[in-house]
Every structure is written in structure tokens, then in C-alpha cells.
Design a protein around this ligand. Structure first.
Ligand SMILES: NC(=O)c1ccc[n+]([C@@H]2O[C@H](COP(=O)([O-])OP(=O)(O)OC[C@H]3O[C@@H](n4cnc5c(N)ncnc54)[C@H](OP(=O)(O)O)[C@@H]3O)[C@@H](O)[C@H]2O)c1
Length: 289
């Protein structure tokens, strides 16, 4: 059977990917999802028009096979020590297979000379994509609101969350809005060779996040500002690999310096809808906390 899907989603089982595949399915857009054998695929199987192709970014042969007949690719991985290598494999395979549009999920303030390792690797991959000549769109979202789900247990049991961020403002974004932008970019026109900063509608402090949670959950939620060393130890205790934990500390230092407070109009411009504010996130996810 010949597939009519010409879009390949890499990272479909993750946080943003799950929202993106739901969005495409809702719009009746056929797509393929690259998943590793044994990965959690239940949410994908339920979608009409979704086709699972087994493959691994570490395996070039599997990538080339997955890219047969594909015109557009959405690329996302988690920020692991291998992320740059894995994403560059996809770029190489996409170039060889004649992909016509590569949409890469990057990060706000990606920069090859950033002190933040995640921002450096994203910038390196962006540069390689641009140099490959494949038409691209780079989506650079700010901190995910859904990242607070990592504090779900602490918030629900002890009414607190913490970070080494001080009073810095940050224009965090709901991943449902990132997915909507990605869906529009993959199915719309005129997004080639563009870079979009993706933020929420406002830059807020973690004290303001706590106040909003308190109001929406109907009980006091406290934000505790911690030092970077304490945060690092907590991340290690939680099971993060050292490379990633150190990267998150660099990320927080960048937020604390006020470098992620800019607000972009891109979500509204691309989707026609304003991005969700933190209150809407807190209301929609109240049952998780
Ligand atoms: N968290 C934030 O606040 C934030 C802010 C801005 C930007 N970002 C960026 O967002 C990205 C993470 O997004 P996310 O949270 O949606 O990711 P995620 O939930 O961690 O999901 C990662 C996805 O990558 C897939 N993957 C990993 N290695 C793979 C491989 N070798 N072959 C095929 N697939 C592979 C995973 O598949 P499996 O199911 O097989 O594991 C999974 O679907 C990172 O690049 C990060 O820098 C994050």
C-alpha cells in the first residue's frame, strides 16, 4: 500500500509531539510518526491518518527508509548529550532523501556562543540545517508551562515548588500553542526560511506563578527560590543525567539574568489566536495538582 502521508513527525511520543499529532489528526492531516521500537504509541494508534514507522535517529538506514516519500519533517528530541548528533543524522538523511521543508523545534535565544549548552547545540543544528540548503523553519519556544508538571507531586502534597530563578520575569508558553504553531507551519504556506520566537502573552515571575496557582487551586502554593547547587542536587536525586542537570542549571541562570522575558507576537500571527496565559494553563491543569 502506498502511503499518502508526506509529513514525518520526529518526537511524536513526547510532550510537544503528543499535542502536535493530536492537532494534525483533528485537522484530518495524514502523517507518519517515527518511533523507536517499544516506544509508547497508544495515543498515535487512535488517530485516523496516523502511520507509525519504526526508526531511530541513531540509525541512518532506518532514517532513510522512514523518509521515503516524505516532503516535510518536524524534528524534536529531548535535550540529551546525544541530541546534537542525533538531530544532525536526521539533517543528513533529509538532505539525501530530498526533504523539502524541515521544521525544527529549537529554543528561545539559541546561540552558538551561549553559556547554556542546550542553546549552543540547538544553534549548531540550526546552522547545519541552513547550510544544507533544505528550506527550514526554526521554532524557538521559551520555557514550557507544562514543565511545572514536574513539580506535580510536591505542589499537590506540600503546596510548593522551587527554582534558582529569583524575581526574573519569563514569558513561558503553553505547549498546546507550540503544537498549534508547528501544525500551521507544516500545513500552511510562507514559513520557509523563517525563525519564530514562541512565547506566552506575558512575562511573569515565579512568585506570580505561585499566586496564580493559589487562586486557581484554592489553597496556598509557595514558590521557594533556591541556589543553583541545591537545584542541581535535587535534579540528580530526581534521576536527571549529570549533563542534563548541569544544562538545566545553565538554563535557569539564563532565565535569572532576565534573558527570557521578551514577548513575541508569533503565536497570534501564525495561528490567528493569542497564546494561552498562565491562568488558563493553571485552570486547565488544576486536576493534575
Ligand atoms: N522544557 C522546556 O521548557 C523547553 C523549552 C524550550 C525548548 N525546549 C526543547 O524542547 C525539546 C524537548 O521537547 P519535549 O519536551 O516535547 O520532548 P520529550 O517529551 O522529552 O520527547 C522527546 C522525544 O524525542 C524522541 N527521541 C529521543 N531520542 C530519539 C531517537 N534516538 N530516535 C527517535 N526518537 C527519539 C522521544 O521518543 P521515545 O518515545 O522513543 O523516547 C520523544 O518522542 C528539547 O529540544 C528542548 O530543548 C524545551
Amino acid at each position: 500500500m502506498t502511503s499518502k502521508a508526506s509529513i514525518l513527525i520526529v518526537g511524536a511520543t513526547g510532550a510537544v509531539g503528543t499535542q502536535l499529532t493530536a492537532y494534525l489528526a483533528e485537522k484530518n492531516v495524514s502523517f507518519k510518526a517515527l518511533t523507536r521500537e517499544g516506544a509508547k504509541q497508544t495515543s498515535l494508534i487512535q488517530y485516523k491518518g496516523a502511520e507509525i514507522v519504526h526508526g531511530d535517529l541513531a540509525n541512518m538506514n532506518s532514517l532513510k527508509k522512514a523518509l521515503e516519500g516524505i516532503k516535510k519533517v518536524f524534528l524534536l528530541t529531548d535535550s540529551s548529550e546525544q541530541a546534537e548528533f542525533l538531530q544532525l543524522n536526521l539533517v543528513k538523511a533529509a538532505k539525501e532523501e530530498g526533504v523539502e521543508h524541515l521544521v525544527k523545534l529549537s529554543q528561545f535565544a539559541a546561540d552558538p556562543v551561549s553559556p547554556v549548552r542546550f542553546l549552543r547545540y540547538h544553534a549548531v543544528v540550526e546552522q547545519k540545517i541552513a547550510a544544507s540548503g533544505i528550506p527550514y523553519t526554526f521554532l524557538r519556544p521559551n520555557l514550557y508551562m507544562q514543565g511545572l508538571l514536574g513539580f506535580r507531586k510536591l505542589i499537590s502534597e506540600q503546596g510548593l515548588f522551587f527554582a534558582p530563578i529569583g524575581n526574573a520575569r519569563i514569558s513561558l508558553i503553553d505547549i498546546r500553542d507550540i503544537a498549534r504553531v508547528a501544525g500551521e507551519v507544516l500545513t500552511g504556506k510562507g514559513h520557509e526560511n523563517r525563525i519564530y520566537d514562541l512565547t506566552g502573552p506575558e512575562a511573569i515571575t515565579h512568585e506570580e506563578i505561585a499566586a496564580c496557582f493559589s487562586e486557581e487551586l484554592g489553597r496556598p502554593i509557595r514558590f521557594i527560590n533556591v541556589g543553583p547547587d541545591e537545584m542541581y542536587q535535587e535534579l540528580i536525586r530526581f534521576g536527571f543525567p549529570q549533563w542534563q542537570a548541569a544544562g538545566l542549571i545553565e538554563d535557569y541562570a539564563h532565565y535569572a539574568r532576565g534573558e527570557a522575558a521578551g514577548v513575541s507576537a508569533a503565536v497570534k500571527t501564525i495561528t490567528g489566536r493569542s497564546p494561552r496565559n498562565f491562568r488558563t494553563f493553571a485552570q486547565d491543569y488544576a486536576s493534575f495538582f
